[in-house]
Design a binder for this molecule. Sequence first.
Ligand SMILES: NC(=O)c1ccc[n+]([C@@H]2O[C@H](COP(=O)([O-])OP(=O)(O)OC[C@H]3O[C@@H](n4cnc5c(N)ncnc54)[C@H](OP(=O)(O)O)[C@@H]3O)[C@@H](O)[C@H]2O)c1
Length: 498
Amino acid sequence: MTLQKTYTATDIQTWLITQVCEQVGIEPDEVDVQESLESYNLDSAQAMAIVSKAEHFLGFQLSPVWLWHYPTIAALSQRLAEEFTLDSADQELAINKTPALDLRTEAVLDSTISPHGAFLDAVDEPESVFLTGGTGFLGAFLIQELLQKTRVDVYCLVRAANTDEGKKRIQQNLARYALWQDNFSDRVIPVLGDLSQPLLGLSPAQFQMLAGKIDAVYHSAALLNYVYPYSALKAANVLGTQEILRLACQFKVKPVHYVSSVAVFESAAYAGKVVKEQDDFEHCEGIYLGYSQTKWVAERLVKIAGDRGLPVTIYRPPLIAGHSKTGFSNVDDFICLMLKGCVQLGSFPDIDYMLDMSPVDYVSQAIVYLSQQKESIGKAFHLQHPQPIHISKFFEWVKSLNHPVQLMPYEQWQADVLNRVCSVDNPLYTLRPFLLEKWSNEQLTIPELYMQPRRPHVSCEDTLAALVDSDITCPSIDSQLLSTYLSHLINSGFLQVA
Ligand SMILES: NC(=O)c1ccc[n+]([C@@H]2O[C@H](COP(=O)([O-])OP(=O)(O)OC[C@H]3O[C@@H](n4cnc5c(N)ncnc54)[C@H](OP(=O)(O)O)[C@@H]3O)[C@@H](O)[C@H]2O)c1
């Protein structure tokens, strides 16, 4: 590679600081170059916008993978500056240098976290619960379900400058999915804090007071980011879960309802195997995504707390899709971005992939119902769709809407993405690290790693049995459900189709 102009690490650092400030609306003196980029709340789209501009600025192609491996401005600047001094063989070596990570040694729970007090029988009639993730997608539906199906007050962890702003953030989030009712107001209590901080960002006195007040914990918050490595997500997803377990053990013992993910079974060791709810998830080798790695480690911590006597229940959703009746969806999630991007591009990849998604109303109703059953304690539940569909059926359905899209062999489709998706105007752009980069030792892209032969068969038999006395069933993924989603996406202006 011949580079026309060279830049030092300091030049690049100054440039990156300006970019981060532009993206998130902060001043340069608020930027700490040693801080993880994640701490500026850059989402995947903003990170990709910086990658794209950096390519123009530096004059060479910048792999988004570098944001995984060099997650601070200082480290990234240093690495980018090396490009101007390394010869091409060295560049190849440097790109592939992945810091070693042993997830098992990460899964160590602070030995002081152990349930001491008497376990008050809070499952039947808790008065107050603590919920994290109430400004997120699933969290909004969990709050609504808790408020409608129980009499609890919901104390919500929220990042905000003051309680008014915190309350407003929660209210606006429920309103975004058409869930807010004014009579909810008195029962939603914001707790200002931050999952990634010790004691959730509360003072020791506040933490102790909260621990005494609440009767159960619903832990749904996590940082979902496609670009960041384990190291950048660890504080929120792993250490945050440890703080939740600390809270649950403090003052009085409180049951913890932890929202995990089927991603804990992403190791190649489970490929083609049936995994049941109560099976151990001991294998972590070959989990490549930083996010999935954090979910594996965090669930291990919850399991260790359970082994120490804390009443814990684990819920593992697959992809969480929109509401089955209203169609309200998280338009920033993988399904919606892929749909919009492929429709815009005019082509879908021909891959062997089961679209395993469960509507958010099923997931939230199941969690709240199961959390009220004493038999659930100590168990895990799979909120898998009982009858997932093959992605090709989804494509045929989009095509049946008379939309001009074609199915392409995967490699041809990748070339199409590479050549024709050149800006954030197409959401596939933000997914490029997923779709084009080769991640594993086998040099496969993420969709290839997730193809059917490499995935486990996640059984949800025990979960369906546990729900049998309720009226909760998972809506079929049929043309009626897909039309509900599509109508909402079109009416909300998210998607333009013919
Ligand atoms: N969505 C899926 O398809 C899916 C699939 C399987 C499992 N899950 C799991 O389900 C749970 C909910 O996912 P979701 O789709 O609802 O995610 P989401 O919409 O991205 O919401 C994430 C929530 O976590 C909060 N959060 C993140 N970092 C935080 C921090 N440092 N301090 C306080 N709060 C923080 C966010 O608060 P802010 O608003 O302040 O950012 C937001 O409320 C997660 O545990 C996820 O791992 C999701």
